[in-house]
Design a binder for this molecule. Structure first.
Ligand code: MG
Length: 386
């Protein structure tokens, strides 16, 4: 690929191949732990990427060996006893679909071993070292092996033992089983399960991903919050400290507007509410800037492949007048949400002296957001590898 890091770290629409690949496997509920076998010199980068995309909890990272066979042996040793099937997949095949993974799982469960493959469609030539065609290879019955390769755990262990005993080296797991005489089924896959090998493969993969994005999924969310006004606290709204004789009471900085926005985003991505992610009882959130919580909520949404399309926010306060502070608040909120300021609309309202906001006992805020699906991650959420 002409890059200094291996191809599995190349970016596809801003997100590393490895992350696209792991996200596809995370969508298959039948699967348990994911073991990432990465080159020893890229362990740190791999761990940092998984942490950045909030995948660390689901993955174990281990250093690989010299050959694919060595790396798979190392990964296999970490598979929990009692796992009926092992799925081996190339990180450089990021367009694998959950449906194709599931079809391989099903066939392997009934036949012991199954790999995704496609029939050869081009005419194959055997070519001599001087570039002259030696002969045409009969393509009838020829298939190109892809991954995943799904194999019963005990069978794969037996195949490795047999290969080690015979000093046999295969280029995929199926060949180890073939060597030992165990049958392996093919499951017909699709040409879109590209293995990214050359820079032009990345262009094709990007085109395929963008087509998926042409009809992005949208999700709506609503948030509401209210905090009490007291003396002796600063008034912080949308990350901005606003001069006022009263401030909002709360465990964090009590930024009621930012809390409503966080709740709306969490609601849209089906991730509960702010109290679940940043509990009042946890001392690490004592006095914390709510803008930092908002940035974490955006990270969580990015991990689920969602970005903020737009937000409409309303602060309900009898006093002070807020309109002149809106441009600064908009800038702060947009930065935390990694969007253009125009994506954040701010409004203020009073309740005409009625109720708790009217009596200036507190301030409340409403937020409505639209979140767009990033189809494997069109939004580069800022992980710098260089
Ligand atoms: Mg709150």
């Amino acid at each position: 690929m002409g890059a200094s890091t291996p191809k599995q770290f190349s970016k596809l629409l801003g997100v590393p191949l490895l992350i696209h690949t792991i996200r596809a496997f995370r969508q298959v509920p039948e699967l348990g732990a994911i073991i990432v076998v990465a080159p020893a010199e890229h362990q740190e980068l791999t761990c940092a990427l998984l942490a950045h995309y909030q995948l660390s909890d689901h993955c174990t990272v281990v250093s690989g060996g010299r050959l694919r066979q060595d790396s798979v042996r190392i990964g296999l040793a970490l598979v929990a006893s009692g796992s009926p099937l092992v799925v081996v997949h190339d990180a450089a095949r990021p367009l694998i679909t959950p449906a194709d993974i599931q079809r391989c799982l099903k066939t392997a469960a009934s036949h012991g071993a199954a790999i995704l493959a496609v029939p050869v469609k081009d005419t194959l030539k055997a070519v001599a070292a001087d570039a002259a065609i030696h002969h045409t290879v009969e393509r009838e019955g020829l298939w190109q092996a892809q991954t995943p390769q799904v194999i019963r755990t005990d069978l794969l262990k037996a195949a490795f033992a047999r290969a080690d005993q015979d000093g046999f080296v295969g280029t995929d797991e199926a060949s180890l089983l073939e060597h030992g005489g165990w049958p392996v089924m093919v499951v017909q896959g699709s040409g879109t399960n590209l293995k990214i090998t050359r820079p032009d493969d990345l262009l094709i993969a990007e085109a395929l991903l963008m087509q998926k994005q042409a009809a992005p999924k949208m999700r709506i969310g609503h948030g509401f919050d209210a905090h009490r006004l007291v003396v002796g606290r600063p008034l912080i709204l949308g990350g901005l400290t606003i001069p006022h004789e009263l401030g909002l009471l709360g465990h964090s900085d009590a930024d009621v507007l930012t809390h409503a926005l966080c709740d709306a985003i969490l609601g849209a991505i089906g991730a509960g509410d702010i109290g679940r992610h940043f509990p009042d009882s946890d001392p690490q959130y004592q006095g914390i800037s709510s803008i930092r919580l908002l940035a974490q909520v955006i990270d969580l949404a990015a991990a689920k492949c969602f970005h903020l399309a737009n937000a409409d926010l309303t602060v309900v306060a009898e006093r002070p007048k807020l309109a002149s502070y809106f441009p600064a608040m908009q800038t702060i909120l947009a930065k935390a949400c990694r969007v253009e300021p125009a994506a954040i609309n701010l409004k203020a309202s009073t309740t005409e002296k009625m109720g708790y906001t009217g009596r200036e006992e507190g301030i409340s805020a409403h937020a409505v957001v639209l979140m767009g699906e990033s189809a494997g991650g069109v939004v580069d959420n800022g992980f710098a590898m260089e």
